[in-house]
Design a protein around this ligand. Structure first.
Ligand SMILES: NC(=O)c1ccc[n+]([C@@H]2O[C@H](COP(=O)([O-])OP(=O)(O)OC[C@H]3O[C@@H](n4cnc5c(N)ncnc54)[C@H](OP(=O)(O)O)[C@@H]3O)[C@@H](O)[C@H]2O)c1
Length: 291
């Protein structure tokens, strides 16, 4: 590479010089030549996506967003087959992606494995795994018992971790995508004491996500976490008076709660080839609720 004394160059000349150096470096190193660079795309055509808990709320919006980009989506539910069918039908009606509904309780290791197996049986592989389903209990320390604590770590930490483990042999490498779900509450000083077990379990999944990014990143699989702020879903509304909902809405710069459709596009982007360099990150999709 030609050496130039940068002190003798004006700013514009320095930039021109920098780019010409990069170009000549690219030409001299075939690994970085333009012919070997893959054009990044946000299309998910031909990809297979599994989204846990996707018959309604945030999971359903994610399933629809992935389907709209052309993915074949496994829509997972625990109880409501009709809701899952509605999501499947709406994905098919767009005419880009495909979808099937699969009943599986992903709170258990066995249930998670059966969901992975169903996806592989249908489409032969998995490209995108979104671990969205969880439980969101609310108890102060004085009321927390062992069962309550264990149920949060079972559903929000242990089951997703072992689901990832079971998926690995079927996951595209390179190109696979694992997306965990946490909450912006892990970084909020306004966190309430009754969020103890929920937030503790979400903190654990964030750390699992970071470490797996290093592990699976060696195979070209990215691992990231999405951390929504307050999103208007039935589980968020549960047990909250309208006054509290209004006060939470006002804490957002936009003056409203998030909607599932506010979260889904970011997930679709992370799932895409365009996000191949995005790995090990915790992305707070919250409209500025927690900054
Ligand atoms: N909403 C918020 O304000 C908020 C804020 C921060 C983070 N988050 C995170 O975002 C994610 C989604 O939250 P959400 O509010 O959309 O949840 P939600 O409204 O409770 O969504 C429930 C969905 O998950 C399914 N599901 C529940 N338990 C399941 C299980 N054991 N196995 C399989 N499917 C199951 C339900 O299916 P059935 O109807 O068939 O049971 C339904 O499709 C969670 O990880 C949550 O922690 C949400």
């Amino acid at each position: 590479m030609a050496q130039t004394n940068s002190k003798s160059l004006k700013p514009k000349a320095m930039v021109t010089n920098l780019f010409s150096n990069i170009r000549s470096y690219s030409k001299s190193n075939s690994r970085y030549s333009s012919s070997s660079v893959t054009v990044a795309t946000t299309s998910l055509a031909g990809k297979v996506a599994v989204v846990t808990g996707s018959s309604r709320s945030i999971g359903a919006a994610i399933a629809r967003a992935l389907g709209a980009e052309g993915a074949n989506v496994v829509v997972n539910y625990a109880n409501d087959a009709n809701a899952a069918k509605t999501v499947v039908d709406s994905i098919k009606s767009v005419g880009k992606g495909n979808a099937i509904a699969v009943k599986a309780n992903v709170s258990t290791i066995r249930g998670g494995q059966s969901l992975i197996d169903a996806a592989v049986q249908e489409w032969g592989k998995i490209d995108i795994l979104v671990l969205n389903a969880d439980i969101m209990g609310s108890k102060m320390l004085t009321d927390v018992d062992e069962g309550f604590f264990d149920s949060h770590f079972q559903t929000n930490v242990k089951a997703p971790l072992f689901m990832v483990k079971h998926a690995i042999p079927h996951l595209a490498a390179p190109g696979g995508r694992i997306i965990f779900f946490s909450s912006s509450l892990t970084g909020a000083s306004s966190v309430l004491p009754n969020a103890l077990c929920y937030v503790a379990s979400k903190g654990a999944i964030e750390q699992i996500s970071r470490v797996l990014a290093k592990d699976l990143g060696t195979r070209g699989i990215t691992v990231n976490t999405i951390s929504p702020g307050a999103v208007d879903t039935p589980s968020f509304r549960a047990g909250k008076a309208q006054q509290l909902m209004d006060s939470i809405s006002k804490q957002n710069p936009n003056g409203r709660l998030g909607l599932p459709e506010d979260i889904a596009p970011t997930v679709a982007f992370i799932a895409s080839p365009a996000a191949q360099w995005l790995n090990g990150q915790n992305i707070r999709v919250n409209g500025g609720f927690v900054v």
